[in-house]
Design a protein around this ligand. Structure first.
Ligand code: TRP
Length: 327
């Protein structure tokens, strides 16, 4: 079976953007690959080093989110980055082969550095550490968002450099599996959904919170009276209905009626709340049930991490031999 690696930084709760952009895909892929899902707490600390308690708090939350959306510990290995110290050793080895000037121009990193206004060394070198994750796991496929593509290119470059430098065929070329769903927009309708932009609907949101967020959505400034014709274009409620409403026929009828006039924004929002609750409600319920069992979540993480450790150790042993670090 081919090996799949992907993961998330535990720095906040997962939201609808994660669900449609990556989680649903992972649930399918766990049937087809030997899957490792990395809870990247060490990476999360590179930009959250001033609040380790926040990272800690989100580790089990993330595991709960994973299980609630259908990742199955019998089918995939959910593992903890900080419990895999071999990855740090591998980062160091790959750092030898990393050109600093080139790294600084990595588009993923450049964007994040500008956004976060930080310049600590561990953050600047996180793409190298992510390459180490990928190569350490001997991954064949790495499903990530399109914004991470430059990191995968760096990974392939480092693998090739290593193999050429030491005249071995040890590190594997990976295929990126970029998510096909375009980035889900936030409830503000403008930029991509993200916790830091304060425009996210979280998988743990209560019905009340969902209602509040939907009610605040931008609709149509020309639709003043209910009888006025409404516009679909730019209407955030319809943007979400298009993505999440499974009753396509009913939705088409609603659109026609709305454009004619006579349908209130309250009614379209009510429909959206129903549709979102149908999606999130079961996830929330399962999440609450398992989040109340931290021992179970820890056991899942432990089991996945043990499997991951075996995987990573065999790779690092080979590398130590090549670099004479095995005396
Ligand atoms: N950078 C990823 C994120 O921000 C998390 C991550 C860490 C990752 N290591 C990885 C993803 C290895 C894929 C493969 O969500």
């Amino acid at each position: 079976m081919k090996i799949l690696l992907t993961g998330d930084r535990p720095s906040g709760p997962l939201h609808l953007g994660h669900l449609v952009g990556s989680l649903e895909n992972r649930v399918k892929l766990q049937e087809l690959y030997n899957s490792f899902i990395l809870v990247a707490d060490t990476q999360a600390l590179t930009d959250n080093y001033h609040q380790p308690d926040l990272v800690k708090e989100h580790v089990l939350d993330l595991v709960a989110d994973y299980l609630a959306v259908g990742l199955d510990p019998e089918k995939c290995n959910i593992c903890l980055q900080s419990a895999l110290p071999e990855l740090l050793e591998l980062t160091q080895i790959l750092s030898n082969l990393t050109n600093f000037e080139e790294l600084k121009h990595n588009p993923t990193l450049k964007t994040e550095l500008a956004q976060k206004k930080i310049n600590n060394l561990s953050f600047i070198s996180y793409p190298v550490s992510q390459a180490a994750d990928i190569l350490g796991f001997n991954a064949d496929v790495v499903p990530v968002g399109g914004d991470q593509e430059p990191i995968l290119q760096l990974t392939n470059k480092l693998a090739r450099k290593f193999n050429e430098m030491y005249k071995v065929e040890l590190l594997k070329r990976i295929e990126g599996v970029y998510s096909e769903t375009p980035r889900l927009k936030g409830v503000d309708g403008s930029s991509k959904m993200s916790k830091s932009l304060n425009n996210a609907i979280f998988l743990k949101d209560s019905l009340k919170e969902i209602k509040k967020k939907v009610n605040a959505m931008y609709t149509d400034p020309l639709h003043v009276k209910i009888s006025d014709p409404g516009h679909i274009e730019g209407n955030v409620v319809f943007y979400y209905l298009d993505i999440f409403d499974e009753d396509k026929l009913g939705l088409e009828e609603l659109k026609i009626a709305y454009q004619k006039g006579g349908i209130s924004d309250g009614a379209t929002k009510e429909r959206l709340v129903r549709v979102l609750e149908a999606k999130i409600g079961p996830i929330r319920a399962k999440r609450e049930e398992i989040r109340a069992k931290p021992e179970y979540l820890k056991a899942v993480l432990k089991q996945g991490t043990e499997a991951a450790r075996k995987q990573v150790q065999s790779k690092i042993e080979e590398m130590r031999k090549i670099l004479f670090l095995n005396l």
